[in-house]
Design a protein around this ligand. Structure first.
Ligand code: IPD
Ligand code: CA
Ligand code: CA
Length: 269
């Protein structure tokens, strides 16, 4: 399908919609985190979902629909709607649900706009920190309206690296093998509990790289654009030892870090 000029949306406008929606829904989620939380599980006994995840997804869809009624949606908690415009919104209503349940910081909504198969705009709220990250393709990344960019270059041995683990115990074994392969060669590891916020942390220089296998599009769509627009090298490798790998890394250590990850994947079963 060819996209005519009238169908091409303004990416800044999409970013600003994502920003205002994650702000509003992020405040709602933060308020709910102070109340008793009832949870159920999904793919495994530790893959939690709460009423707030579902409410937040419904709220996001309704807020966007009010502004752009023709758009499509794909949401983690089940929203799937074919739109009549060129825009599809990819939604994680709370990334970091385990943090949300346990009253740790590091959770909030993540929303990205996809046009012609490419993520063109997005926003992520780190609700407990009161930070909103956003980006539009070719227009840079921001945190609370201020530009963020990766400027510092570094050596691999001083790199602080974020990662995450699957809810499936069998996948966690291979994820631990990657850790074993890389830990002797970097400064340290962080596991903070939200892939979307980890990617924003790469953009902000709070970590120098992030990688995780087995993520879903809603986990990384907005965060990858935010990291990329801040100057990080980002990629999804479809066949990384038989898994999909999401990666964002400071360009100064990119080649060495990717080689290290590939070497570590040789240890998969
Ligand atoms: C999870 C978080 C976590 C990552 C998991 C994700 P959720 O998303 O991003 O950091 O390690 O792989 O599934 O369940 O909190 O939306
Ligand atoms: Ca998620
Ligand atoms: Ca989620």
């Amino acid at each position: 399908m060819t996209i005519g000029p009238v169908d091409i949306p303004d990416f800044i406008e999409l970013r600003d919609i994502a920003n205002s929606v994650v702000k509003e829904v992020g405040e709602y989620v933060l308020k709910e985190s102070k109340k008793p939380i009832l949870q159920e599980t999904k793919s495994s006994s530790t893959d939690y979902v709460t009423e707030v995840d579902k409410e937040a997804e419904a709220l996001i869809v309704n807020l966007i629909k009010d502004i752009r009624p023709e758009d499509g949606f794909l949401g983690e908690e089940g929203t799937s709607r074919q739109g009549r415009s060129t825009v599809e919104w990819i939604i994680d209503p709370i990334d970091g649900t385990t943090n949300f349940i346990y009253d740790h910081s590091g959770f909030g909504p993540s929303i990205a706009a996809k046009v012609g198969g490419e993520i063109v705009a997005g926003a992520v709220a780190d609700s407990s920190r009161g930070e909103i990250f956003d980006a539009a393709v070719n227009h840079g990344s921001r945190c609370n309206g201020e530009r963020v960019s990766i400027t510092e270059s570094l050596k691999l041995e001083t790199a602080l690296v974020a990662t995450g683990f699957s809810y499936e115990s069998v996948d966690r074994v291979d994820q631990a093998k990657i850790l074993l392969g890389i830990i002797p060669f970097i400064a340290d590891i962080r596991r903070m509990g939200s892939a979307a916020i980890d990617l924003c942390s790469v953009a902000k220089g709070r970590v120098n790289a992030f990688f995780e296998t087995g993520l879903n599009e809603w986990d990384f769509a907005a965060g990858m654009l935010i990291a990329s627009e801040a100057g990080a090298t980002v990629m999804n490798i479809d066949d990384f030892g038989g898994k999909n790998l999401t990666l964002a890394v400071n360009p100064s250590i990119e080649n060495q870090f990717i080689d290290l990850l590939h070497a570590a994947a040789q240890n998969f079963n």
